[in-house]
Ligand binder design. Structure first.
Ligand code: TXA
Ligand code: MG
Length: 350
């Protein structure tokens, strides 16, 4: 079936959102923008529709989907209870880029395929106007993973993903480039302690304003060993990685970092190997290599650009991509989490 390309670029065209919502109600898939990344949406109450998402993405069936809602009533229908801490978090960060893992009601409203048979369900309320309106019009929660074939960087603009997803979804709502560029922060709460399973725009520092104890799961920066048990199935899978070999280099001393990157570049060039460097705006002129891309100035800009840049590196036909690390403070943790996966854990801290 041919997808409809509505090209709304953030202007809400109510008619098109209604058409897309009809597709959701009919058990079909819709590509839609959120404030984080694009999602491939299906009616979260319809197991057959959700199965199509797994097929479209070639996603492992043990990796659960996030359920997107537009009201607290929708959450109440799905979860066992909302604790006072969860309520506080929802008030502070919703609508927005925070996914909370809840216990599912025993009568399973959300089918098992969505949650990969877990007793828990990840829920978030997006703030993007098109996403919000789509859920409202569909009148059902929407299960949606990031829009990409599994393993590839998530889609932050339609142009980046149209090729790999065309024909796999029935309707495309184009809202332009997504605001944040990285997927939501995923958290689980245990006895009042917040565990960050996937870092995102809502930072550890911001979560600490609501809860006394906020922990970063071991696998946010650590490698998952074969057969190791993980808190979030998504941690196990290869993600964001270009086919070209990538390496992240970081030091909290900027000069050391630049010197190390230049040293690796020289070594490679001496062996007649081609290098591409992805660096921050403030450092880009210090790199000796000709082929270099500006990742952006502030961390917000880096977050917004990084997936599009990672999607382009294979076209350069280089032997190594060296990517500047950004540290772990604030939004840096989320960017670092994506970068070390893009580099398949090939990184140096100097
Ligand atoms: O920003 C986002 O979160 C985007 C947009 C579309 O909302 N969605 C997204 O979905 O990134 P996805 O499927 O690419 O990533 C969801 C992550 C996976 O790592 C998955 O394992 C984890 O959330 N997850 C979902 N439900 C879970 C659960 N019940 N327990 C633990 N982890 C869960
Ligand atoms: Mg994803």
């Amino acid at each position: 079936m041919i997808s409809k390309y509505s090209n709304q670029k953030n202007k809400i065209n109510e008619e098109e959102i209604k058409e897309a919502a009809e597709e959701i109600k009919n058990g079909n898939l819709v590509l839609f923008p959120t404030e984080t990344v694009y999602g491939i949406g299906a009616n979260a109450l319809n197991a057959e529709a959700v199965k199509k998402v797994f097929i479209a993405k070639n996603r492992a069936p043990d990796n659960p989907l996030i359920v997107h809602v537009c009201s607290i009533e929708m959450v109440e229908k799905i979860v066992q209870e909302i604790t006072p801490l969860e309520k506080k978090l929802m008030e502070k960060f919703w609508p927005g880029p925070l996914t909370i893992i809840f216990n599912r009601k025993s009568e399973k409203i959300i089918p098992n395929v969505v949650t990969a048979n877990l007793d828990t369900v990840g829920i978030r309320m997006p703030s993007n106007k098109i996403a919000k309106k789509l859920i409202q019009e569909a009148g059902v929660p929407i299960a949606a993973p990031s829009a990409n074939i599994s393993g590839k960087p998530s889609g932050t603009k339609v142009e980046d993903i149209i090729e790999e997803l065309d024909g796999k979804v029935q309707y495309i709502l184009d809202g332009g480039v997504t605001d944040i560029g990285l997927e939501s922060t995923v958290i689980k709460i245990d006895n009042g302690v917040i565990d960050i399973l996937r870092p995102g725009k809502v930072t550890k520092e911001e979560l600490q304003e609501v809860a006394n104890q906020v922990e970063i799961d071991l696998h946010v920066l650590g490698k998952v060993e074969k057969n190791e048990k993980v808190a979030s199935p998504g941690m196990k899978y290869r993600h964001y990685a270009p086919n070209t070999k990538c390496m992240m280099v970081y030091s909290n001393n900027e000069e050391d970092m630049i010197n190390k990157i230049n040293e690796i570049t020289l070594d490679m060039q001496n062996e007649n190997k081609k290098v591409l460097v992805l660096g921050r705006e403030k450092h880009i002129n210090s790199y000796i290599v000709k082929n270099k891309w500006n990742m952006g100035g502030e961390l917000e800009e880096v977050a917004k650009n990084i997936f599009t840049l990672l999607r382009k590196v294979d076209k350069e036909k280089v032997d190594l991509v060296i990517i500047e690390g950004v540290g772990e403070n604030g939004l840096g943790l989320a960017i670092t989490n994506r970068l070390i996966r893009a580099c398949a854990y090939n990184y140096i801290i100097v």
